[in-house]
Design a protein around this ligand. Structure first.
Ligand SMILES: Cc1ncc(COP(=O)(O)O)c(C=O)c1O
Length: 431
């Protein structure tokens, strides 16, 4: 695979020819294609967060978290424990609920230790948010036991884990009193969150809806993004002129806010006002609900796991970089492929130049947190790159990603440092 593929001239990411262009060489998030759907509706579905007891479809996982904290009726001064390794979309709902964020440490591979949780629980702690980072499972039953011991609420954060089951065959998302999930990271929708109630007398959260306008906008955004990446070409003639017009309007000085394109909701940079203040919790659009209901979960599960294994094989001997998880355990359906990169600044620049999509979870932790809270979180925040391994990548796109990242990482590797982080000294940093 040549460099051509990454520069947008041809190969993955070439413009669709209907007025708008893709942000990346290959899709960062799942895009809609004919294969996204479950054409045989009665085939059994693999485990997912939708197996939870009571599901409320909302706009985003952060909206679900905000709603849960409202349901808990927190008092001023009540504390919510978050991981020191967090993004601002997890933090802002806590601030909006007038609660005090407090932080617990994580292990070098992002594992949450029940004893660390116990150490951090204080007299005012009311809830704990525990994410399955990148889709890799946490010891959720043990975390739940700690929370039960102290009479506090466990919110199982499945923003990175929509599918799969934990070791005891429990579907992901069914152990916490509540769970939150982010279908837009797993399925070809532009927005979507799930609020899952497993074990709390919550009642029915009363959320506003966007109505038919929101449904139509979601549909157009989904189709536009798919066309940008060369999917659903048959619809290009139908929708093309419409998107050309919309693109021109967006480019004009008076143009309104950009529809999602590839810019699905992201965390703000530090120091910015709460970027989510405009995205208040509401119901998921009907369009997104329909797409989720008819999505092919089995294909998503199987292809994500297969793509992960292929990237792990391609990236096993990188210089100055290594997979955060070498092994893909049974039951895990990854959200992305987390790669730890020592020379992160040079690699960031090189990836941008060829439009490789990359997510930088926790790149900007909350500035109110003491940076010394957790050495592992500080180390991972600036060095962990998450690459797509979603089901909608084609074989060519996956190979391009594997080869491009390998070439960039190996080509920009500096001399090995003598010290590479607080708890990483036993890792194999270099071959
Ligand atoms: C661990 C975690 N929890 C919650 C969220 C919020 O998810 P959403 O973007 O659906 O609001 C994110 C966002 O990326 C996340 O990474």
């Amino acid at each position: 695979m040549t460099e051509r593929a990454g520069n947008g001239a041809s190969g993955p990411g070439s413009p669709g020819g209907y007025g708008t262009t893709a942000s990346y060489a290959i899709p960062k998030w799942p895009v809609l294609s004919g294969a996204s759907f479950r054409w045989r509706p009665f085939t059994p579905r693999p485990s997912s967060v939708l197996d939870g007891r009571e599901i409320h479809p909302v706009n985003l996982a952060r909206g679900a978290l905000e709603t849960i904290l409202e349901l808990l009726r927190l008092k001023p001064g009540d504390q919510v424990l978050l991981p020191a390794y967090h993004c601002l979309s997890m933090l802002h709902p806590v601030l909006r609920a007038n609660a005090v964020p407090a932080f617990y440490g994580i292990g070098p591979d992002t594992r949450i230790d029940p004893d660390e949780l116990r150490r951090c629980i204080g007299a005012r702690t009311r809830a704990v948010v525990a994410p399955h980072f990148f889709g890799f499972h946490q010891p959720m039953a043990a975390l739940r036991s700690v929370c039960d011991e102290y009479g506090i609420i466990l919110i199982e954060d499945c923003a990175h884990a929509y599918f799969g089951s934990l070791g005891d065959n429990r579907p992901v998302g069914s152990t916490g009193h509540f769970a939150i999930a982010s279908p837009w990271k797993f399925l070809p929708v532009m927005e979507g969150g799930e609020l899952i109630v497993n074990d709390y007398p919550a009642g029915n959260p009363d959320l506003p809806s966007t109505g038919i306008r929101g449904d139509a906008k979601e549909l157009l955004n989904m189709v536009e993004r798919s066309l940008q990446y060369g999917r659903l070409r048959a619809l290009g003639g139908l929708f093309g002129p419409l998107f050309g017009l919309a693109a021109r309007r967006r480019a004009s000085p008076a143009g309104g806010a950009s529809p999602a394109g590839d810019a699905a909701p992201v965390s703000a940079a530090p120091g910015r006002a709460d970027p989510d203040s405009e995205i208040r919790p509401r119901r998921m659009t009907r369009t997104a609900r329909l797409i989720i209901r008819h999505s092919n979960f089995r294909r998503a599960v199987e292809r994500r796991r297969a793509h992960y294994r292929r990237l792990a094989e391609a990236w096993q001997d990188l210089q100055g970089a290594w997979p955060l998880h070498d092994v893909l355990p049974d039951g895990v359906v990854p959200q992305c492929f987390p790669l730890v990169v020592l020379h992160h600044q040079a690699v960031t620049r090189a990836l941008k130049a060829v439009r490789v999509p990359v997510v930088r979870f926790a790149e900007h932790p909350w500035e109110g947190m003491d940076p010394d809270t957790c050495g592992n979180a500080a180390f991972l925040s600036c060095r962990t790159f998450q690459f797509p391994c979603h089901q909608e990548l084609t074989a060519d796109e996956l190979e391009w990603l594997a080869e491009t990242v390998k070439r960039i990482v190996n080509g920009t590797a500096p001399d090995p440092p003598t010290h590479i982080g607080p708890t990483w000294t036993n890792r194999r940093p270099f071959q």
